[in-house]
Design a protein around this ligand. Structure first.
Ligand code: PRP
Ligand code: URA
Length: 208
């Protein structure tokens, strides 16, 4: 599939394996999420547009490249928060937007409770993040909101994606490129990804 990239880098895969392990405690899970996200972002931005600028080195005037557009990271709350430090490590100047969504436990539908985007978001390159793409309901709802705000180019980055979520997001938003560290087998009857890594929010924040 053209707009799906599974990042196979050995460091990404090694950290994902540790994240999957149920013995991994919440503070190690947080650290690994940060590290894995930074490695993923490095790959996600491999084709990010650059522009030539003039720069004066200590020795002479020259031209060199810089990112062509500002970047906005948009986090799907709450678990997307766990990815922020890894993103900012690589792009500390980025703006950050938030979308509050939770899945209704019975219907599995995404329910919106918060939204705050950078004012100039439509002029920036947007990277939307959430550790898990399960039914795809949360990612679809977040992309809907970004497009309503005028954003044209969106990359979606998750750690684990289910085939069902990939299909749902591609069906509704075929222009959104999905980056994941793994495409897993399927969802269980409660909408959890198998084999997955459990509830990312609970594992990140130690709430269960
Ligand atoms: C989890 C996860 C995603 C969503 C994925 O969040 O972080 O946002 O589920 O599932 P979907 O693809 O079926 O929508 P959850 O609703 O558990 O909320 P939380 O991050 O606040 O724990
Ligand atoms: N949300 C999670 O945190 N984990 C899953 O497996 C599915 C949705």
């Amino acid at each position: 599939m053209d707009n799906l990239t599974i990042i196979q880098h050995p460091l990404v895969q090694h950290k994902l394996t540790q994240l999957r392990n149920k013995q991994t405690d919440h503070y190690t899970f947080r650290r690994l999420t940060k590290e894995l996200t930074a490695f993923m972002l490095y790959e996600v931005m491999v084709d990010y547009p650059t522009k030539e600028v003039a720069v004066e080195t200590p020795l002479m005037q020259t031209t060199a490249k810089k990112l062509a557009r500002e970047i906005s990271f948009v986090l799907i709350l709450r678990a997307g928060l766990g990815m922020l430090d890894g993103l900012l490590e690589l792009v500390p100047t980025a703006r950050v937007g938030h979308v509050g969504l939770y899945r209704d436990e019975k219907t599995l539908r995404a329910v919106e409770y918060y939204k705050k985007f950078p004012e100039n978001i439509a002029e920036t390159g947007v990277i939307l993040v959430d550790p898990m793409l399960a039914t795809g309901g949360s990612a679809v709802a977040a992309v809907d909101l970004l497009k309503e705000a005028g954003v044209q180019e969106i990359k979606f980055v998750c750690m684990v994606a289910a085939p069902e979520g990939i299909e749902a997001l591609h069906k509704r938003h075929p222009d959104v490129h999905i980056y994941a560290a793994a495409k897993d087998q399927r969802l269980n009857k409660n909408g959890y990804i198998l084999p997955g890594l459990g509830d990312a929010g609970d594992r990140l924040f130690g709430t269960k």
